[in-house]
Write a protein of this length. Structure first.
Length: 230
C-alpha cells in the first residue's frame, strides 16, 4: 500500500497580495505562511514518511523543508513536473484585474477549453502532473513495505490530481478547494486508487466543517476567502 500526502504550499507573499504568481521566481512564504509551514511540519512529525517530493519553486521548497526538518534522513526530491501551471502573460498580475478578463468565465466553467496567453493549457497541466503522480506511485510500489510520500505542490496542480483520481472531468476541478498548508491523502492498493481525505489542515478539520462559501479562485487563493454561512 502506498499513500501520497499532497501538500499545498503555505501562504506566500503573492497569495497575501492577491497576485497570481505562477512560475515567477522569488516568491516566498510570508510570515503567516512560515507559521503555517512550521505547524504543518509538527503535525506530520510523527508520520513515518518514506520520501518527500516538491515543486522546485521557493514557496513549495520552503514548505517541504518545514516537513523534512522533522525527517532529517529524507532529502527533498525537486520534480519539475510538479511545477505550478504556466500562466504565461497572466503571471504576476492581480487576481482582481484578471477576473475582469474575457477568459475568466471560461476558466471557471470550462477550463479544459482554455490556454493562457503565451502559457500552458489546463489540459497540458493536467496531463503533466498526473503523469508525474503515476510515476511516483509506480516507483514507490516496488517492494511490499508500506510507503507514505509527501508531495508539496500548488493548488491548481493538486486540484487536477484530485479530479483525475476521482474520475471527474477536468471542467469539474474548480469545485475542489485546496487551502494553503493543507493535506490531501491519496491511497493506492493494487491497481485501485482512492482519495482518503481532502483539504485537511494542521489545525484540524474543524474549519472544513464550518459551512463555508467557496469561490473558484485561480491559483487557489490564500485560504481566507471562505465566508462563514450563518
Amino acid at each position: 500500500m502506498t499513500e501520497l500526502l499532497l501538500i499545498r504550499h503555505a501562504r506566500s507573499t503573492a497569495n497575501a497580495a492577491g497576485v497570481l504568481a505562477g512560475r515567477t521566481r522569488g516568491v516566498h512564504l510570508d510570515q503567516t505562511g512560515k507559521a503555517q509551514a512550521r505547524e504543518l511540519g509538527e503535525f506530520l512529525a510523527s508520520v513515518p514518511l518514506t520520501s518527500i517530493y516538491s515543486s522546485p519553486l521557493e514557496r513549495c521548497v520552503e514548505t517541504a523543508k518545514a516537513v523534512s526538518s522533522h525527517h532529517p534522513n529524507l532529502a527533498i526530491n525537486k520534480d519539475h513536473e510538479l511545477l505550478e501551471m504556466d500562466y504565461g502573460q497572466w503571471s504576476g498580475q492581480k487576481l482582481s484585474v484578471l477576473a475582469k478578463k474575457k477568459g475568466w468565465a471560461t476558466i471557471q466553467s470550462n477550463p479544459s477549453q482554455f490556454r493562457f496567453p503565451a502559457g500552458e493549457s489546463f489540459l497540458e497541466m493536467n496531463a503533466r502532473v498526473n503523469t508525474a503522480i503515476d510515476e511516483i506511485f509506480v516507483d514507490s510500489s516496488k517492494g511490499k513495505s508500506r510507503k507514505i510520500i509527501a508531495v508539496c505542490a500548488h493548488a491548481d496542480v493538486i486540484k487536477a490530481i484530485i479530479a483525475h483520481t476521482l474520475g471527474l472531468h477536468l471542467d469539474a476541478f474548480q469545485r475542489i478547494v485546496v487551502d494553503p498548508a493543507s493535506v490531501t491523502i491519496l491511497r493506492q492498493v493494487g491497481l485501485s486508487r482512492f482519495v482518503v481525505a481532502q483539504n485537511v489542515r494542521a489545525a484540524g478539520i474543524i474549519g472544513s466543517l464550518g459551512l463555508r462559501e467557496s469561490a473558484a479562485i485561480l491559483g487557489g487563493g490564500d485560504g481566507s476567502s471562505h465566508k462563514r454561512v450563518r
